[in-house]
Every structure is written in structure tokens, then in C-alpha cells.
Design a protein around this ligand. Structure first.
Ligand SMILES: *[C@@H]1O[C@H](CO)[C@@H](O)[C@H](O)[C@H]1NC(C)=O
Ligand SMILES: *[C@@H]1O[C@H](CO)[C@@H](O)[C@H](O)[C@H]1NC(C)=O
Ligand SMILES: *[C@@H]1O[C@H](CO)[C@@H](O)[C@H](O)[C@H]1NC(C)=O
Ligand SMILES: *[C@@H]1O[C@H](CO)[C@@H](O)[C@H](O)[C@H]1NC(C)=O
Ligand SMILES: *[C@@H]1O[C@H](CO)[C@@H](O)[C@H](O)[C@H]1NC(C)=O
Ligand SMILES: *[C@@H]1O[C@H](CO)[C@@H](O)[C@H](O)[C@H]1NC(C)=O
Length: 748
């Protein structure tokens, strides 16, 4: 009985005993476990918690942790971890690490396990190593020997008890969602051993026959399984009720709305630049292939001080102005592997006067400036460079931390590279260097200084790497598109011109003088100015409609931009961002032929489904509106909502078309709906539909050829379920897309 033997072996892995890490009554960790915590006040025999149950009580400072070390590494010998926790929803993350190879798992926020942890009772949390909290996937194989409960920046107070490594996790059979999809498909997500033969469907009270199709368990989220059913009749407006049965009875009711009409015009196309599907610092070649990443950027605040010769950098204002080993350390090797993974590379060239001199120095020692506002929780001597009254500490000589940098050194670096970048940018957001790199460049940077640094670096880069494309000035935000840190006086000193138009015109003049184009891309960063941090229903709706700031001339920005306009600016309609057309218009007026790149942008909520939907909408808009290149900030979690948005367009070798196809909807409602169409061959369309609403949408889009379509989707009622199937679209199929769901359709 070979099969039985294999099955037993598989079970055997998990069928050992549970291992207690801490149990009440002993006043200490179980034998074989050690306290490896840091910066925390810990009582291993506290009875101060709910009900007097003995527990480990912890008061952890900023980023401090209760860390429990297993003398005989638990590795991957267990199926999960269970503990009881008490505290006022402490800001805490769980992670696993290895003391032998220093690896760390992802960090799983407590909020992804429970949002109901209180100080007045115990909440039991079970972490499944095969389906980690959030979209954590499977705990990878490693020599795990530490369990860490780590506080966030403001510390955490909590108690834990009954900590047990579990030999087995019993998954309760459960239907998580059952939703209509496309013309006649029901997508059912479930966990555990459910009975799929009991699923039945009623459409407007009449039973509809259904056929069970394929079941998928995505390898990275095995507990979220999807089964597709095909109905014998198309889904029509009215009531759709899906009933499940067996040992996991449930009812899922939907109201299918009236049709929304639209049409695609496959004869009306515009090229989509494939370079819009870029990211900053992809994790590895597998992530590039899975997401179809086309451009990888080496950028951000920490590359301004990158010293390529020593592979050091400085964190600037992001982390106590501390030097460290750059991560990744070697730009040359990095360009090599991203290029090898078929992605273009975008490399940032430092362009201020200093780069980090070592891996250990820092700019504002407490020993010199004892009265700073904050110090690094991991290095009590490294201050944040600010006094309590908000003013900066006067920088010490830069040579304490930095060594000189100039274009000759940059030329030496670039000419020595084994792997050449495709695009370079001139530093990163240097217009705000007097904040982000106050220690290096305390004075506000002016229009003239920024222009000179761009010209010098671009001239150098083009002479050393004749084929390289230059992107600049990588300006951080709306405000600084028009004004420098010097203030309005700087506009006044330049004939009252706004910064970007002035910059473009100056670059055209400099290029004419140099006899070659010095600027290939007008590069900006774009972060939405509206505040959606509350993340409640209103904030989510705002997040999903503010993508209109990218293109809609009538969308008044729902932020300071929509209400206050400095008299010193000359921009037309300055309450409407109208980002992409505005930038293209400026380029047309001041330096025609320049391409547009957006080397930093963000969904504003990387772990929320609405952040994933914003990312889908934004990628669709970039294609339709003709952005030339874009790279998402920052490293994209391939399993999270943002990663799934890239996967939707480009995942695993199936790509949205290379030409944007015109879409006309009878009634415009971009607040809650995005429809994007494309083709590569002029005949077969691809569609991406993003339903940003909390109810399903039912679309009737004419001119979609009948045929077999590949369908892929993510989102929906089960959280962030994803997967793909093949469906048949008939001549007049309607397309239903569930609430908070994005779908990709491509004719085969
Ligand atoms: C646990 O370790 C932390 C950090 O080293 C230390 O402050 C604390 O006193 C230790 N607690 C006990 C009970 O050993
Ligand atoms: C639930 O029902 C299915 C189908 O009858 C069965 O295979 C499974 O073992 C049951 N699960 C439990 C936990 O009872
Ligand atoms: C379906 O049945 C319910 C309850 O019997 C009834 O109220 C409703 O009007 C019916 N709907 C349709 C579309 O027939
Ligand atoms: C802020 O505080 C520092 C340190 O006490 C002091 O030197 C500085 O003059 C103050 N700045 C202002 C603007 O009050
Ligand atoms: C650039 O810096 C290096 C090292 O400090 C120095 O030797 C060189 O003269 C500088 N080059 C220019 C053009 O300033
Ligand atoms: C990628 O494609 C391979 C081969 O078709 C398939 O096995 C795998 O499951 C796909 N993964 C994703 C996430 O699409």
C-alpha cells in the first residue's frame, strides 16, 4: 500500500506531540526555552492579568520585543502556534527567526490575527504555519528557533500565556464566500473538507442547474481554495442566492443590479508603454517573473548617500541619520540580476556633495547634543537631529559621517560597472534634502542649484554611458513641482515661473548647447495628497475615487490642493491635479519629446484590499493616458493586494495587451468603476475591470468578441482570494464583477 504509506509519512510529520513554550503555574518558560528579549520589562510570573491567570507580562519600548529562544530549534516541525493574549489591542507583530543563519520570517501584525484583543480578557490566537495571518502564505523551511512578539514604534504593553507549538491544525470546513463572476460563473471560496455537491443556486427564486468546474488551491495560500461552478443560464438582474450544505451550511445572497452599458472600439488604439509595470527593489527573480515586472528601480531616500566603493549608505531622516551597510549592498550585482530576470534597471546616481564613509557613524550623537527629541531605540547615542522646539541641531562637520562625492567619482563608478543601467535618475527628491538629509545639505535647495546638479550629472552619465536614458528631477510631491524649499522668492527670482516648466525649458536649452538630449524623462513622484489613513468606509471610498486626480480635468482634489492655491503659482486650474495630461502639456510647451516617468507612487494602503484595487485602477490609467515609465514604491509583497494588482495585469507570463483600446461607458462613474481594454494583435481584446464599489456591478459591453477567455481575479468577500479559470463569453454576455474585485479577461 504505497499510497497509504506515503500518506502516513506525511501525517507523521505533524502527528508528534504539541510543545509547551509557557504554561501558567510554573512562573517560568518551559524547560529548553530561554528569554532572549530586548528593551522590555518582563515578569514571567505575573498574575495581574484577567482572572489572575499566570502569564508573561511585558512592557516593551519602541520596537522592543518579548523573544523566546528554543534550545532545540523547532524549525518546521510544527503545524502552528497558539497563545492567549491580553492587552488593549497592543501594537504588536509576531515573527519567527533563526539564531543560526539570522533569517527572519515576515512580521505578522496582531491586527491580522484579531482586532478584538482587550485588557479585560484573554483572546486565543491560533497561527497556522500553512496559512500565515494576512497573506503570509506558508512558513518557509528554516532553522527557526525564536518566537518574537515585537512592539511597534510607540511600544506595547501586553500579557501572553498558554503558548504552545501545535503538532496539528484542524481546519473547520467552511464556505467563506460564493460570488457571481462574469456571465454565468459562481466562484466559491472554502477551507477544509467541505461538500461541494451540496452547493445550489436560485436566480429570482428559480433553481438554476450548475456544473462544478475546477478547484484551485494557490500554492501560497493553500487554506483559501476556490471552486468555480458554471450556471446553465446567464446571471440576470435580481436576486441570486447561493446555498451551501453538508457540514458547512451557509447562504450567500446577492442583488444583481441593472446592466451598465458600454462599448469598446478595438480600431481606436494607442500604444501602452510596457515600462509602466515597474517596482522599486523587487525581492528576487521569481517575484519579477510572477508579477511581470518590467522596470526595477534602485531608489529612495537611502540611496542619496550610497557610496558604491564601500557599499555603505546613510538612512538620513528616515532613521536617525545613521550610516549602515547598503541593502542591497552592490548596485552592480543588483543591475546584473534584475537584468538577468528580464527587467530593465533604473539606477539612482547620488548627486549631492557627500556619501557615507562607513557602516557605523551617525550625524547627531547624544554625547555631543544631549537634548534632542528622540534617540534610536537600538542605539541610545544616535539622535534624530531635532530639538523639542522643532528646530534642527546644527550639523557637525560632514566628514564625521561622510566623504566627498562629485561627478568625477560618479563617472569612475559608472564606467567601472560590469552591468550597465538602462535608465539613471539624478539622485532622489533632492529638492527636500534640507529635511531628509539635513546633516549633509542643511540649506534649502534652490531652482538654480537643482538645475545645475541635474545638468552636471546628466552630462557625466551620457558621456560615460552613451546609451543611458536620464530621468530627473524626481520631485517628491505637488507642492515642490511648483516651488522650491527656498520659497516663493525663488519663483520670483525666475520670472515668476513654476519650477517644473522652468526646469523643462532650461533642460531644453542645456541640451541644445550640449548638442544632445540631456533629459529623456521628466520624472516625478506622485503620492495622493488626500488623507485616507482612517481607513474607514469613507476613507476607502475616497481612496478608490481619488485615482481621478491622475486624469480627470473636472476632479477637484479632496485635499489641500483642492482648496488652497498660492497666488505665486501660474498653473491653470490648480485645484485639479489632472496629473498626467498636465505633465504632458507642460512637456509639449517647454521641452517636446521628453517622456514622462513616475518613479515613486503608492496605493496608500498596501495591505488593504482597497489599496490593491487602487493599484489596478492606476495601472489601467497609466496605460490609457500614456505614461512612459513608472515604478511602484516600495518593495511589493507578491501575495498582498498590491502584488496581486501587478499579477492581474502581467502575472506569470500572461500580459495585458500592448495597445490601449478605447472604452466608452454610457454613464460615467469612475468613482466606483474602472474599465480598461487593450489588444496586442488588433483582434483579440484583453479587459481589466475594477469594481471599486461595495455592491456587484453588471456590465453589458458590446463589441467583445464571443469566444473562450482566460479569466483571473482577486478581491471579493473572502478577503483577497485570487485565481484564474477559463470561461466562455457568448455574443451578448453580460459581465458581473463582485464588490471590491478586479478581473482580467483575455480572449484565447
Ligand atoms: C529577559 O530579558 C530581558 C532582556 O535581556 C531582560 O531585561 C529581562 O530582565 C529578562 N527577564 C528575566 C525574567 O530574565
Ligand atoms: C464534512 O463533510 C465532508 C463531505 O461529506 C467530509 O469529507 C468531511 O470529512 C466532513 N468534515 C468534518 C470535519 O466533518
Ligand atoms: C421570491 O420569493 C420571495 C418570497 O417568497 C418573494 O417575496 C419575491 O417576490 C420573489 N421574487 C421574485 C423575483 O419572484
Ligand atoms: C530650540 O532649542 C534649542 C536647544 O534648546 C536652542 O538652541 C534653539 O535656539 C531653539 N530654537 C528656537 C527657534 O527657539
Ligand atoms: C572629486 O573628489 C575627489 C575625491 O575627493 C577628488 O580627488 C577630485 O579632485 C574631485 N573632482 C572634482 C572635479 O572636484
Ligand atoms: C504560474 O504558472 C504556472 C504554470 O502554468 C502554474 O503552475 C502556477 O500555479 C502559476 N502561478 C500563479 C500564481 O499564477
Amino acid at each position: 500500500m504505497m499510497l497509504g504509506y506515503v500518506a502516513l509519512l506525511a501525517l507523521g510529520l505533524l502527528a508528534g506531540a504539541d510543545e509547551t513554550v509557557y504554561a501558567p503555574g510554573s512562573g517560568a518558560l518551559a524547560p529548553g526555552w530561554e528569554n532572549w528579549s530586548w528593551s522590555s520589562t518582563i515578569d514571567f510570573a505575573s498574575t495581574a492579568g484577567p482572572g489572575g491567570v499566570e502569564a508573561i507580562s511585558v512592557t516593551a519600548g519602541s520596537y522592543a520585543a518579548l523573544s523566546l529562544f528554543d534550545e532545540t530549534a523547532f524549525e518546521n516541525k510544527f503545524a502552528g502556534l497558539r497563545f492567549d493574549i491580553s492587552g488593549a489591542q497592543p501594537d504588536l507583530s509576531l515573527s519567527f527567526s533563526s539564531s543560526t543563519d539570522s533569517d527572519s520570517s515576515a512580521s505578522f501584525p496582531l491586527t491580522a490575527m484579531s482586532s478584538a484583543v482587550t485588557a479585560t480578557g484573554w483572546t486565543t490566537i491560533t497561527v497556522d504555519f500553512g496559512n500565515l495571518p494576512g497573506n503570509g502564505g506558508v512558513l518557509p523551511a528554516d532553522s527557526w528557533d525564536r518566537i518574537n512578539f515585537q512592539a511597534g514604534g510607540n511600544g506595547a504593553t501586553f500579557s501572553v500565556t498558554n503558548i504552545v507549538l501545535l503538532s496539528e491544525i484542524i481546519v473547520t470546513p467552511k464556505f467563506l464566500s460564493a460570488e457571481p463572476l462574469a456571465g454565468n460563473v459562481i466562484a466559491v471560496t472554502h477551507q477544509g473538507a467541505v461538500d461541494l455537491s451540496q452547493v445550489s443556486v436560485k436566480l429570482n427564486n428559480a433553481t438554476v442547474a450548475l456544473k462544478q468546474g475546477t478547484t484551485y488551491s494557490p500554492a501560497d495560500t493553500p487554506a483559501l481554495t476556490i471552486t468555480y461552478f458554471t450556471l446553465s443560464k446567464p446571471i440576470v438582474p435580481g436576486s441570486l442566492v447561493i446555498t451551501t450544505g453538508g457540514n458547512a451550511t451557509g447562504t450567500f445572497s446577492h442583488t444583481i443590479p441593472a446592466l451598465k452599458y458600454g462599448t469598446i472600439n478595438i480600431a481606436n488604439v494607442k500604444d501602452i508603454s510596457s515600462d509602466i509595470y515597474g517596482v522599486n527593489f523587487p525581492t528576487d527573480a521569481d517575484a519579477i517573473a510572477l508579477l511581470g515586472t518590467t522596470v526595477s528601480r534602485w531608489g529612495g531616500n537611502a540611496v542619496t548617500a550610497y557610496n558604491p566603493f564601500g557599499q555603505f549608505t546613510n538612512a538620513g531622516n528616515d532613521w536617525y541619520f545613521e550610516n549602515r551597510v547598503a541593502d542591497p549592498p552592490d548596485a552592480d550585482a543588483w543591475i546584473g540580476w534584475v537584468s538577468g530576470a528580464q527587467s530593465k534597471s533604473l539606477l539612482t546616481i547620488p548627486a549631492l556633495d557627500w556619501v557615507s564613509k562607513d557602516a557605523t557613524s551617525y550625524s547627531y550623537p547624544k554625547s555631543v547634543y544631549p537634548d534632542q527629541v528622540a534617540y534610536d531605540p537600538y542605539n541610545a547615542d544616535a539622535g534624530n537631529g531635532q530639538f523639542a522646539n522643532g528646530s534642527w541641531v546644527a550639523p557637525l562637520p560632514q566628514t564625521n559621517v561622510y566623504e566627498p562625492w562629485n561627478t568625477s567619482l560618479a563617472a569612475q563608478w559608472l564606467s567601472g560597472l560590469t552591468h550597465k543601467p538602462d535608465i539613471v535618475t539624478v539622485d532622489n527628491e533632492i529638492e527636500i534634502a534640507s529635511n531628509t538629509h539635513q546633516d549633509m545639505h542643511p540649506d534649502p535647495l534652490s531652482f538654480d542649484e537643482e538645475l545645475q546638479r541635474v545638468i552636471d550629472t546628466a552630462t557625466m552619465a551620457k558621456s560615460v554611458l552613451p546609451d543611458v536614458q536620464v530621468a530627473a528631477p524626481s520631485t517628491c510631491a505637488w507642492w515642490f513641482y511648483w516651488t522650491s524649499e527656498v520659497g516663493y522668492a525663488d519663483n520670483a527670482a525666475h520670472d515668476n515661473q513654476d519650477f517644473l516648466p522652468w526646469f523643462l525649458a532650461q533642460m531644453q536649452t542645456a541640451s541644445t548647447k550640449a548638442g544632445k538630449r540631456l533629459l529623456d524623462y521628466l520624472d516625478i513622484h506622485y503620492y495622493y495628497a488626500a488623507d485616507t489613513s482612517a481607513n474607514d468606509a469613507a476613507a476607502k471610498a475616497l481612496r478608490l475615487r481619488m485615482t481621478k486626480s491622475l486624469w480627470d480635468p473636472d476632479y477637484t482634489d479632496e485635499s489641500y490642493i483642492g482648496t488652497s492655491v498660492p497666488a505665486q503659482w501660474n498653473e491653470p486650474n490648480p485645484n485639479q491635479v489632472w496629473l498626467i495630461p498636465r505633465m504632458k502639456q507642460l512637456i509639449g510647451q517647454h521641452y517636446p519629446g521628453t517622456k514622462l516617468s513616475i518613479s515613486e507612487w503608492s496605493s496608500t494602503a498596501d495591505t488593504d484590499i482597497t489599496g490593491g484595487l487602487v493599484t489596478v485602477d492606476q495601472l489601467g490609467i497609466y496605460g490609457r493616458e500614456g505614461v512612459d515609465a513608472a515604478t511602484y514604491w516600495g518593495t511589493v509583497d507578491t501575495k498582498g493586494p498590491v502584488g496581486l494588482a501587478f499579477w492581474l495585469f502581467r502575472g506569470n507570463g500572461t500580459h495585458f495587451g500592448s495597445k490601449s483600446v478605447q472604452v466608452n461607458m454610457a454613464k460615467r462613474d469612475e468613482d466606483v468603476l474602472g474599465v480598461y481594454a487593450s489588444t496586442s494583435d488588433g483582434k483579440k481584446p484583453s479587459l481589466v475591470i475594477v469594481n471599486k464599489d461595495v455592491v456587484p456591478v453588471n456590465l453589458a459591453i458590446s463589441n467583445i468578441p464571443a469566444g473562450t477567455y482566460f479569466l483571473r481575479h482577486f478581491g471579493g468577500a473572502a478577503g483577497i482570494a485570487k485565481w484564474q479559470t477559463t470561461i466562455t463569453v457568448s455574443a451578448n454576455s453580460n459581465l458581473v464583477v463582485p464588490a471590491y474585485t478586479a478581473v482580467f479577461l483575455q480572449q484565447q
